[in-house]
Structure formats: structure tokens, C-alpha cells
Design a protein around this ligand. Structure first.
Ligand SMILES: Cc1ncc(COP(=O)(O)O)c(C=O)c1O
Length: 379
């Protein structure tokens, strides 16, 4: 059997990883400045993470959601404390798309309405409702199109108000990323977010903050939207939550009523996934990683901002978009093949996306900074 060929692959086969580095099957060492797509939060194979997962393997890896699982309670408790959303409830699932799918469904169960408002440039995942509110026609199948999904231009307050004036009574939820990642590191303005919050409150519409990529300390805050003093009704998480172990979650305001069977999943919240997620939170707290994300992000921006061919830098913490005066693919390939550094791209072809582990140190950042300097100076 062959693999279903949906991924354009680099011809690199990593077989070992530690901290911010990967090694391939030829022994070549790579600096990971993309964290496997914002997934690696506490660094590859962190010793605490490894020990906890190995210990759990010797106890129990999985049982279904029909029994008590104290690890889920511990995770919810720690997540509530570190995020500041202590009085919210947690539903555990397996991925970012699944978290958003459940959030959109829950909003509709709650207020009985059936339309969803989303924004240009958005990416919310590839399941049914999640892909319908994703702004990329290439990945939306005919079965997913419906007039129930309303697109509004990013940061366009006038259009937003117009849509709510006409359809507010039927809009169940608004879904927005804390910072758009796939869209090219687009940071919402405080006016835009505040207006969304105000309109949601006025029209009994649920505000869903997708923090799948921008959450978990990446922005220098636990959730990116917290910098703006906005409180969401529902927050979705995944990526950095398990540092590579598949896990997602939905943080739910206490006003939402849980009933037996309303949401559910076979694998969500299994023992191994919970241990991985707890280990991530413990390391984030013990090693002060949110502060490190703030400091290292600022350091990198200051070092690179005057390099040639860089038009602008869009950044919060270690969520960094470097806008070039051209398609970024030449720079990205050059960094990878000549300097052994992984970076990412985005739907905005000019934006190089940089998402290192939140544990990065100055020496590691300097490897990237020096390599980027060489590459852009030789364009
Ligand atoms: C903001 C955002 N939401 C949702 C998703 C989907 O997550 P997953 O691939 O885990 O389904 C992604 C993935 O890139 C994302 O960036």
C-alpha cells in the first residue's frame, strides 16, 4: 500500500530530536525554528515529559470515557490556574479541528441559532464545520459549502456591524484566531476584538477564540487574546498542549449547560495524552516559558528588523511573521538546505513564519539570526 499523497515533503528523515534540534538518518543536525508547525512548546524530548510518559506507560495508557480519570481532573485544574480561566469547564479531544468542531456545535446547542461568522485569512481545521469557516476554497469540499457560514473581512468593523445589523438574530457564534497563523501572523486590533465582543454580547452570539496556534504561551501571554483584556465564551486549544502528543481541548464558560452525551470522543482525554499535557504545563510554569517567549521574541525582532529585504515583522512573543519584499520560499529553502534550519511559510507567500520552541536560548536564536542575515544579504 502507498501513502495517500497529500503532503509536499522535504527529502529529510528526522530520527532523533532534543530541545530545539533534530537529527536526520544521515546524522545531519537541524535547528527547529518551526516547532513542527507550532506544536513543540517545551522543546523536543524534554526530560520531564519523557519521564512522565514512560512512567505512565507502565501504569495504564488508555481506558474509555466511561470511567473516572483523575489525570483529566488534574489537567483541568492546572490549565484553569495557569490560563486564568479557572471557573471554565474543559472538554478534551484530540486535535485543533476537533476542538473547533465541538466549540461551533456547542454554541449552536446553547443558543439554538445556526449561522457562524468567520474572517478572511482564517484557518480553523479540516473537519466539517471547521473547514467551512476556513478561508481557503482549495480545502473546502462542495459538501461543506453553505449559506450558514458568513465571511467578514479581517479588521473591517463597518462590515462586521453591517452583518450583525442584518443577521445578528441568527448568528450562533463568531470564530476568530487569537492571532492568525496560517493567514500570515495577522494580529487583530484591539478595536476589532472589542467590537466583536460587544456585538456578540448584544446579539446573544457565542464568541469562540481559536487559540490552537496562538495559545499556550506562544504569544507571550497564555492566550493571545488576553493581551487585549477580552474574555471569550469558548476557547479552543491543541498544538503546543501536548508537545507532539495528540490532544486538544475546549474551555467552556460555566453558562453552557453540559448534559450526558452532548459531546463525546473515544480517545479524547486518554491517560497518556493527559500526562503529556500535564507535563507541558509543569515545565511551562517551572521554567518560566511564557516570559522566555516574550524576551526571546523581542530579542529576535530587534536583531533582524534592519536586515535587507525585510519589509515588516508581525510578532507577539515567539509567534513571528517576517514579511519579505518577495516570495519567501527561496529564503526558506536556503535556510533549510544551506544552514539546516527549519522555518515555515503561510498563505501569504511573502511571510516567513517562525515558531520556535518556547524554551529557545539566545545561542540557538543567534544561529537563526546569523543564518538569516547571510541569506537575505545574498539575495
Ligand atoms: C488556528 C488553528 N486552528 C485549528 C487548526 C487545526 O488543528 P489540527 O491540525 O490539530 O486539526 C490549526 C492548524 O494549523 C490552526 O492553526
Amino acid at each position: 500500500m502507498n501513502l495517500f499523497n497529500v503532503y509536499p515533503l522535504f527529502n529529510i528523515n528526522p530520527i532523533k530530536a532534543k530541545g530545539s534540534f533534530l537529527w536526520d538518518d544521515k546524522g545531519i543536525k537541524y535547528l527547529d525554528f518551526y516547532g513542527g508547525h507550532a506544536v513543540i512548546s517545551i522543546g523536543h524530548n524534554h526530560p520531564h515529559y519523557q519521564t512522565q510518559l514512560k512512567k505512565q506507560l507502565d501504569k495504564i495508557s488508555f481506558y474509555s470515557n466511561s470511567v473516572q480519570n483523575e489525570l483529566q481532573t488534574e489537567l483541568a485544574d492546572k490549565l484553569g490556574k495557569i490560563s486564568g480561566y479557572e471557573n471554565y469547564n474543559l472538554f478534551l479531544c484530540n486535535s485543533g479541528a476537533e476542538a473547533n468542531e465541538n466549540a461551533l456545535k456547542l454554541a449552536s446547542f446553547h443558543n439554538g441559532k445556526n449561522k457562524i461568522l468567520y474572517f478572511s485569512g482564517s484557518f480553523h481545521g479540516r473537519t466539517s464545520a471547521a473547514v467551512s469557516v476556513t478561508d481557503n476554497p482549495k480545502i473546502v469540499a462542495p459538501v461543506n459549502y453553505s449559506e450558514r457560514f458568513i465571511k467578514c473581512e479581517w479588521d473591517n468593523i463597518e462590515q462586521l456591524e453591517g452583518i450583525f445589523d442584518k443577521q445578528g438574530s441568527v448568528i450562533s457564534s463568531v470564530i476568530i484566531e487569537g492571532i492568525q497563523g496560517v493567514g500570515g501572523i495577522m494580529i487583530p486590533s484591539v478595536e476589532f476584538l472589542t467590537k466583536i465582543k460587544e456585538l456578540c454580547e448584544k446579539h446573544d452570539t457565542v464568541l469562540i477564540l481559536d487559540e490552537v496556534q496562538s495559545g499556550y504561551g506562544r504569544s507571550g501571554y497564555f492566550f493571545a487574546h488576553q493581551e487585549f483584556g477580552i474574555e471569550a465564551d469558548i476557547i479552543t486549544i491543541a498544538k503546543g498542549m501536548g508537545n507532539g502528543f495528540p490532544i486538544g481541548g475546549v474551555l467552556i464558560h460555566p453558562k453552557f449547560q453540559a448534559t450526558n452525551g452532548l459531546l463525546g470522543t473515544t480517545f479524547g482525554g486518554n491517560h497518556l495524552a493527559c500526562v503529556a499535557a500535564i507535563a507541558v504545563l509543569d515545565v511551562m510554569k517551572d521554567e518560566g516559558l511564557i516570559k522566555n517567549a516574550q524576551e526571546m521574541g523581542e530579542y529576535i525582532e530587534n536583531e533582524i528588523k534592519d536586515f535587507p529585504h525585510i519589509i515588516s515583522i508581525r510578532r507577539k512573543g515567539l509567534m513571528i511573521g517576517i514579511e519579505l519584499d518577495r516570495d519567501c520560499s527561496e529564503v526558506r529553502n536556503n535556510l533549510l538546505y544551506n544552514h539546516q534550519i527549519f522555518t515555515g511559510n503561510s498563505n501569504d507567500k511573502t511571510v516567513l513564519r517562525v515558531l520556535p520552541a518556547l524554551t529557545i536560548k539566545k545561542e540557538e536564536a543567534n544561529l537563526f539570526i546569523n543564518a538569516l542575515k547571510t541569506v537575505v544579504e545574498n539575495l
